[in-house]
Design a protein around this ligand. Sequence first.
Ligand code: THU
Length: 134
Amino acid sequence: MINENIKDLIDKAIKARKNAYAPYSKYKVGAALLTASGKIYTGCNIENSAYSPTVCAERTAFFKAVSEGEKDFLKMALVCGYDDNIKLCTPCGVCLQVMAEFCKEDFEIITAVNYDEYKIYKFKDLLPYAFNLK
Ligand code: THU
């Protein structure tokens, strides 16, 4: 049985995906990030004609949250795909490295098509060897 907290994150990621600005790839992503204080920050991918300034949905959500003073994160939902063809996905390496900066090993990444089709990953399983300054 899906918990309400995950359901809410999936809903918010679906909603955020509607704002994706992806005229070049046409691939739209929505993200919803839950903080330890219970707040949810959303994000979408925002592309650019010069390509490299493009930012992913996950980083949009993280940077919104961190810029508002948040530093403690529990989980994130992700909804990805072309048009109505939503598929399960995993964050790109750059976004995982941003997560490495702010998230603990048990941070959860929920990739979802809808409430019935979703998968939960632990951050440590997606990026076991993150870069850090040691
Ligand atoms: N994208 C994301 O928003 N998140 C990811 O984890 C992978 C890729 C975006 C970037 C670009 O706008 C489009 O998806 C295709 O790569």
